[in-house]
Design a protein around this ligand. Structure first.
Ligand code: GRG
Length: 298
């Protein structure tokens, strides 16, 4: 199967899993369940589920086993987007091409949507799929721990706190990187590690290489995001590349300039490929995903 077909199949698989795991909109409290489904289903690149499935190949994990882990990652991601869009944070009105959750519903509902999606993520990760006794409880605990760590104050939520404090501030490149390693990088890293923890254990050396890859890809995702944002601003507003246009936050482009930011992305891409080289063909999908993340246009 070529990469675009694999990606489409995995995105479809993630959509179906999320649809199955989210409470039906007809179950009480209907409005909350409706809003959870509104925020989660129907759009999104599903990068974290894709990374989880791709990394699962390294541990020969069963696809059914990966489904819940991939869904848990996406649920945490969607919770972060819903809360990030709230008026008390970035105050955005559009997300994934439609009104943000608090605009379509209301602020209190959007707050609860984030809370409930976060809880659901841990619930689905803790579920024991039937007909399989190979997966040890210890490995499942490890996955729960990894996800909790990635989402919490030493991970994504902490990164968001640093980001909020950085509005109108001058950050050094090291400070910007520290923020992104937590805010965006932690969950992306967890996506790779969860996939690799789902199946047979990796050697310590393989795990080291993979963790290095996971950290690089988290950072690379953000550098590319900044480049795309800056190019979109320049195209639509005729602005010179600068801080995050809407929120006056520092970005890789505002600190390095566009061409240096692109050079940094190219350097990270090379490093990511190198970190995967020892896995041979088992890392094919991860390598292809790395290129997709670099070459994406949105
Ligand atoms: C509120 C605790 C809390 C955390 C929010 C990650 C985050 C922290 C907020 C997202 C804000 C944002 C737009 C960050 C830039 C990078 C990023 C994560 C973009 C959105 O992710 P994609 O491109 O989105 O994977 P889709 O919609 O494709 O899933």
């Amino acid at each position: 199967m070529d990469f675009p077909a694999w990606m489409a199949a995995m995105q479809q698989r993630s959509e179906e899993t999320l649809d199955r795991l989210l409470p039906a909109a007809t179950i009480a409290p209907q409005r909350l369940h409706q809003a959870m489904r509104y925020a989660t289903l129907g759009a999104g690149k599903r990068v974290r589920p894709l990374l989880c499935h791709a990394a699962g190949a390294l541990s020969k994990a069963e696809p059914q086993r990966l489904d819940n882990a991939a869904a848990a990652l996406e649920l945490i991601h969607v919770y972060s987007l819903v809360h990030d869009d709230l008026p008390c944070m970035d105050d955005d009105v559009l997300r994934r091409g439609k009104p943000t959750c608090h605009v379509e519903f209301d602020e209190a509902t959007a707050l609860l949507v984030g809370d409930a999606l976060q809880s659901l993520a841990f619930q689905v990760l803790a579920e024991q799929p039937s007909g399989n006794n190979e997966h040890t409880a210890a490995r499942q605990l490890e996955m729960l721990y990894l996800l909790a760590q990635a989402a919490g104050s030493r991970g994504m939520a902490g990164g968001q706190a640093i980001d909020l404090a950085a509005v109108d501030q001058q950050l050094s490149l090291a400070e910007l990187e520290f923020m992104h390693i937590h805010k965006t990088g932690a969950l992306i890293r967890a996506a790779v590690l969860l996939g690799a923890t789902c199946g047979k254990p990796l050697t310590d050396e393989a795990r080291r290489h993979l963790d290095h890859y996971a950290k690089i890809i988290g950072l690379l995702f953000q550098v590319i995001d900044d480049i795309l944002d800056s190019e979109a601003d320049t195209a639509t507003l005729g602005k010179t590349a600068g801080k995050d246009a809407a929120h006056n936050k520092p970005t890789y482009v505002s600190l390095l300039g566009l061409s240096q930011a692109k050079a940094k992305a190219a350097e990270l891409r090379g490093e990511a490929h190198a970190a995967l080289s020892s896995f041979g063909d088992a890392a094919r999908r991860l390598t292809e995903l790395t290129d997709y993340i670099c070459d994406r246009r949105f």
